[in-house]
Design a protein around this ligand. Structure first.
Ligand code: DAH
Length: 358
């Protein structure tokens, strides 16, 4: 800028300083409340190449006897003018800041917004946890087995002979063997009962286990899904009787549903003798009869029985020495009852809008 060059050559005489002061005054008026213009002024006058800076520098070129006074004058002016400018800039900046704060109205006392919505356990897992909790308190140990199972553990060892009609009721999915040939040796387990035979064979007696997990049947409608959940229980030891079965299952059902009454009916399953089906007083009508319980007042919830001696033998456990009972129940139905879910498929659609209501 030519003015800078000019003033760099001028010595800071009182006249020159008065002129600079006047200019400063004028520009201050022109800049008004324009913060940008004021900041520009600041560097024009006081920046490294600014007018005052140049004047200060030129003090050094004056004859020695003038330097002291000229330096003091220039410094004095610098301080006065820069202070004026800075006061103005600071005032405007704080007004701007105030405006900005008012505009964003940031209320620091508000609770924060969650960056990630909090998830929850799936209703099926909640029921599983509850059941496992009740049964482990009764001394049952948690066990697991594979979902792709051998025909032996899923059927044969459980006393389902090859052509037994009870196999038909299980709507089995068969798995091709690795060579691609359908040998019918591998199935998707149709129930959790194969964990009984696996664990009995592997660990022998005494044994007290529960085994929740996924099971598969070729069946699909509002109350059936090709994949669903069961929990199995097995207690084998010396002297285990039907009284143990009734006692354990009654406590289990009461803990799960509240005390609504428990009913045992004779039934058939190939791997138990005798076999029973167990009902609980209808959770919807409390036993007076409604559409859900088909006006019986009872809801069937599990199958059970005394372990068939043939099953113990198949698993190399001596049936003369050991006896036991087993039970199995569907978990999804319990979840449906608990939360009044009318379609089983809701449980497996993974729709957060549904799951977040529970
Ligand atoms: N596995 C049977 C089913 O899926 C349920 C069952 C019945 C399991 C009786 C048992 C039992 O352990 O003793 O239908």
């Amino acid at each position: 800028m030519s003015t800078e060059v000019e003033s760099a050559q001028k010595a800071p005489t009182p006249e020159v300083l008065a002129e600079v002061e006047r200019e400063h005054e004028e520009e201050l008026v022109t800049a008004g409340d324009n913060l940008e213009a004021l900041n520009r002024m600041r560097s024009q006058f006081f920046g490294p190449k600014g007018r005052i800076t140049s004047l200060l520098r030129s003090v050094g070129q004056l004859p020695a006897e003038q330097r002291r006074e000229a330096g003091a004058r220039t410094n004095q002016l610098k301080q006065t003018l820069e202070a004026k400018l800075v006061v103005r800039i600071n005032a405007l900046e704080s007004v701007e800041k105030e405006k900005e704060l008012r505009r964003s109205r940031l209320d620091l006392t508000l609770p924060g917004r969650l960056a990630h919505p909090r998830g929850a356990l799936h209703p099926v897992n909640r029921v599983i946890e509850e059941m496992v909790d009740i049964l482990t308190r009764m001394g049952f140990e948690l066990a697991t087995g594979p979902e792709v199972e051998l025909d032996w553990y899923n059927f044969e060892a459980l006393n389902f002979p090859k052509d037994h009609p009870a196999r038909d009721m299980q709507d089995t999915f068969f798995i091709a063997s690795p060579d691609g040939k359908g040998t019918l040796e591998h199935v998707l387990r149709t129930h959790t009962s194969p964990v009984q035979t696996r664990e009995l064979e592997r660990r022998g007696a005494p044994l007290r286990i529960i085994a929740p997990g996924r099971v598969y049947r070729c069946d699909s409608d509002a109350t059936h899904s090709p994949m669903f959940h069961q929990i199995e229980g097995l207690w084998v030891d010396e002297g285990v009787s039907m009284a143990h079965l009734k006692g354990v299952l009654t406590s289990f059902i009461n803990a799960l549903f509240g005390e609504r009454g428990v009913r045992f009916r004779p039934s058939f399953f190939p791997f138990v003798e005798p076999g029973v089906e167990v009902d609980v007083g209808c959770v919807f009508c409390g036993g007076t009869g409604c559409r859900v319980c088909k006006h019986t007042g009872w809801m069937e919830i599990l199958g059970a029985g005394m372990v068939h001696p043939k099953v113990l033998e198949n698993c190399k456990v001596d049936p003369e020495r050991y006896t036991g009972f087993a039970f199995g129940l569907g978990i999804d139905r319990v979840a449906m009852q608990r939360w009044g879910i009318d379609d089983l498929a809701h449980l497996f659609r993974s729709d957060v809008r549904f799951l977040s209501q529970l």
